[in-house]
Ligand binder design. Structure first.
Ligand SMILES: C[S@@+](CC[C@H](N)C(=O)[O-])C[C@H]1O[C@@H](n2cnc3c(N)ncnc32)[C@H](O)[C@@H]1O
Length: 233
């Protein structure tokens, strides 16, 4: 399904505090280096138009939100939502999430599996959110999925014990394969915990734009989260 055309943010809106480029980032990503405080840090991978980061950063002002969106115009659109609301606990990066999560582990055949300097400390994140990642339908393209083997390992590495990985999709095959993969390679994440569908009370009262679209078309949505366990016990 093609995506609707996107309006450019008004040139009068100063996005500088809300839209970062990879070269603007500090070497290590943390609440302290990004927001100048020690609030729990949550990262959304593939924020799209930014509905989740907008609503969640308002709902939980005592957490920081860092949205990563590879498509610059979508990152700018999401940043404009935050800028209009002068949100102090959220910002967007226009860039690729994969190299930011990498830690030097090389996985044969992975598209982005090159060694890298660690940018996110192990055990430092409160949550990683992945909503409606691009499905890459063709089997030969599956390695491009954001929930690849190496990214799942990295998301889990970066979560603190008790931290959460949220994954929602409307692609049953992606959902089933990912749930199986997590059980196999990241058992510290435990079992998938279902998340319930909330009734929407207005036209933008959805978790993300893709959730809104799927529900309007009557397409089932599969929603789970995981909580990282302490495996030493
Ligand atoms: C299908 S859209 C879903 C957007 C949003 N999460 C939602 O539910 O409305 C997937 C988004 O992930 C972004 N994306 C894909 N690969 C990415 C990556 N490696 N890093 C950051 N963003 C990525 C795409 O540009 C796209 O905007």
């Amino acid at each position: 399904m093609p995506r609707a055309a996107l309006r450019k943010p008004s040139p009068d809106l100063d996005l500088s505090a809300w839209l970062k480029m990879p070269e603007d980032l500090p070497p290590m990503l943390s609440s302290q280096s990004l927001f100048g405080n020690d609030l729990p840090l949550e990262i959304e991978v593939g924020s799209g138009k930014g509905l989740f980061i907008q609503t969640e950063s308002e709902r939980r002002p005592k957490h920081n939100y860092f949205g990563i969106e590879i498509a610059k115009k979508y990152a700018a659109h999401a940043a404009a939502r935050l800028a209009k609301r002068k949100r102090a606990n959220a910002m967007m990066l226009a860039g690729d999430a994969t190299p930011l999560f990498a830690s030097g582990t090389y996985v044969e055949g992975e598209r982005y599996g090159q060694p890298a300097v660690e940018r996110i400390a192990s055990g430092s994140l409160e949550a990683v959110h992945v909503y409606f990642p691009d499905p890459w339908w063709k089997k030969r393209h599956r390695k491009r999925r954001v929930l690849s083997e190496s990214n799942i390992r990295q998301f889990s590495r970066c979560l603190r014990t008790g931290g959460r990985l949220h994954f929602w999709t409307d692609v049953l095959d992606y959902f089933e394969l990912t749930v199986e993969l997590i059980a196999e390679i990241a058992p510290e994440l435990g079992v998938p915990l279902p998340e319930t569908q909330r009734e929407s009370t207005h036209d933008l009262d959805y978790h993300t734009h893709f959730e809104r679209r799927s529900r309007k078309f009557g397409i089932p949505v599969y929603r789970v989260h995981y909580i990282k366990r302490d495996r030493s016990r």
